[in-house]
Design a protein around this ligand. Structure first.
Ligand SMILES: [Cu+2]
Length: 183
């Protein structure tokens, strides 16, 4: 309902002013990040029951109140697969959360490909920005609140591990994994 106004304010970095008045969940898809400019001091953390509460920025250390912080790194050619080759992988690939408790994901990508952390059952879809180079990782931050307990699978939906015919995309522990949510 206030989507347009909110977007405008978000760009200006003062979205926090609207948090009190706007309870509607905004777009669940694209976390329209601006990787280059340094305006993302404030990451919006909206927790709507049952909603897809992802937001992201590339500006690193923001804190959501009482959120559990989980750090993940993505390293190219870092993990040997059953095919004997080294592949790009999430570390860790298996995650544990608590139902109803906000989680702040801090994902540091050393790979120059875009990845995603996608768990449809949890309404989680984080688009992870690519590194500028192997030595220049980019951090994507997203906050969400798991709204159901159980064991869920996540996967990366972006074509990656291209040097190996996208091998990692079909492999748990690489571009797939498990999210356990305790009730
Ligand atoms: Cu990937």
């Amino acid at each position: 309902m206030k989507g347009i106004a909110k977007s405008a304010f978000t760009v200006l970095g003062v979205s926090v002013l609207l948090l009190a008045g706007c309870g509607s969940s905004q777009s669940t898809t694209s976390p329209a990040t601006t990787p280059t400019s340094g305006n993302a001091a404030e990451s919006t953390a909206q927790n709507t029951p049952g909603g897809a509460n992802t937001s992201s920025s590339t500006a690193g250390s923001t804190t959501a109140e009482s959120a559990q912080t989980v750090e993940i790194s993505i390293q190219p050619d870092s993990k040997q697969g059953s095919d004997g080759k080294k592949h790009v992988a999430f570390s860790p690939a298996d995650l544990k959360f608590t139902k109803g408790k906000p989680v702040q994901l801090v994902i540091k990508n050393y790979d120059t490909s875009t990845h995603t952390l996608t768990a449809t059952d949890l309404n989680l879809n984080v688009i992870i920005q690519p590194a500028k180079s192997a030595n220049d990782p980019v951090t994507t931050t997203a906050t969400f609140t798991p709204d159901k307990a159980g064991t869920f699978s996540w996967l990366c939906t972006m074509p990656c591990d291209m040097n190996n015919g996208e091998w990692a995309m079909s492999q748990k522990g690489f571009m797939q994994g498990t999210i356990t949510v305790n009730g």
